[in-house]
Design a protein around this ligand. Structure first.
Ligand SMILES: [Zn+2]
Length: 338
């Protein structure tokens, strides 16, 4: 019944207002609002009783009466409290120190990702994302992974019951973009990737990559090196340099592994870089013509480069963090520092 709902609403409202009542003036206005014989809410309810079915009158009348008794008793009690000074206001000790307020802040990975995106956007790259649950085609086949490639092993990849898998890298996004879009293509694809790694200081089963892809006419390996060097200097300062070493990935040809100048010793050699002055970053290379064929781009007309990059790795170097697990433990003592 509507009147019963209204009675309950008024009861709840009164309880809140009573808690906030700290002085006699406020007490008087509560008294008027609820108990005034002329315009009080209780009196209003009694007037409504006239218009409800006779068989319900007794029940509703009792509800209103109970509410009236409750409010009367509570206001009497409150009045005594206010008159003797035994109120909440008097119990407040204004000399106590305040409680600290925790201010929300960005996660270090978010801070670094935003910075990376802004650097690459400055070079004309556009951010795209793709699904984390992928098919074998996008994660492996279209990227030219042979059937027996070790990355396809159950030991390394999370396969789902429905035949799908959790992407092991962000490279499937390259395939999805190249299927949809004609060159020139200039994208970066940040996102989570999944591998069956046992967590330790440098591995977690879930981490983030930032994939890059540039496809156009006459794209060269030198441009790839220049882009990565510009990125390194934007993030870590003008003293950074880059080094390419021969590598192998199914989806790039030629493939290289790339290193940045060690951020700890600026290339002089230290224990972190094992005296070499270089820190391994990740892999990159020229898009394999076989990949272009999968997505219908003419490898005679176009060339392209692609790189991978671990977001956690870059953040660890930037903030000198020695254990990747720190990013995921949600320890405020760690997160508060950013
Ligand atoms: Zn070093």
């Amino acid at each position: 019944m509507k009147i019963i709902d209204n009675i309950n609403k008024v009861k709840a409202e009164f309880e809140i207002e009573l808690k906030d009542c700290l002085d006699i003036e406020n007490h008087q206005s509560l008294y008027r609002k609820y108990l005034s014989r002329k315009s009080g809410l209780i009196q209003g309810f009694f007037k409504e009783v006239a218009s409800i079915p006779p068989e319900k009158k007794g029940m509703v009348g009792k509800e209103i009466n109970d509410l009236k008794l409750m409010i009367t008793a509570a206001l009497d009690e409150k009045k005594k409290e206010l008159e003797t000074g035994d109120s909440r206001r008097e119990l407040t000790d204004h000399s106590l120190p305040g409680r600290p307020q925790y201010i929300g802040r960005l996660h270090p990975l978010t801070i670094v990702l935003k910075e990376m995106i802004s650097v690459f956007e400055g070079m004309g790259f556009e951010v795209v994302t793709g699904p984390e649950i992928e098919t074998d085609f996008y994660n492996f086949e279209a990227l030219n992974f042979p059937e027996d490639h070790p990355a396809r092993d159950l030991q390394d990849t999370f396969f789902l019951d429905n035949g799908m898998l959790l992407r092991t890298h962000t490279s499937p996004v390259q395939i999805r973009v190249m299927e949809q879009q004609n060159p020139p293509i200039r994208i970066i694809a940040p996102g989570r990737v999944f591998r069956k790694d046992t967590p330790d200081a440098t591995h977690t089963p879930v981490f983030n990559q930032v994939e890059g892809l540039y496809v156009d006419k006459n794209v060269t390996l030198a441009e790839l090196k220049g882009s990565l060097l510009a990125f390194a200097r934007a993030l870590f300062g003008p003293k950074m340099d880059i080094r390419f070493r021969a590598g192998f990935f199914p989806f790039t040809e030629p493939s290289v592994e790339y290193d940045f100048t060690c951020v700890m010793c600026e290339g002089k050699g230290c224990s972190i870089c094992k005296g070499t002055g270089w820190i391994e970053i990740s892999g990159c290379g020229m898009v394999n013509p076989a990949v272009f064929e999968f997505v219908g781009i003419d490898p005679e007309e176009y060339t392209g480069f692609a790189w991978g990059m671990g977001l956690e790795r870059i953040a660890m170097l930037k903030y000198r963090i020695s254990d990747i697990r720190m990013f995921y433990e949600n320890d405020l003592r760690f997160l508060d520092q950013f």
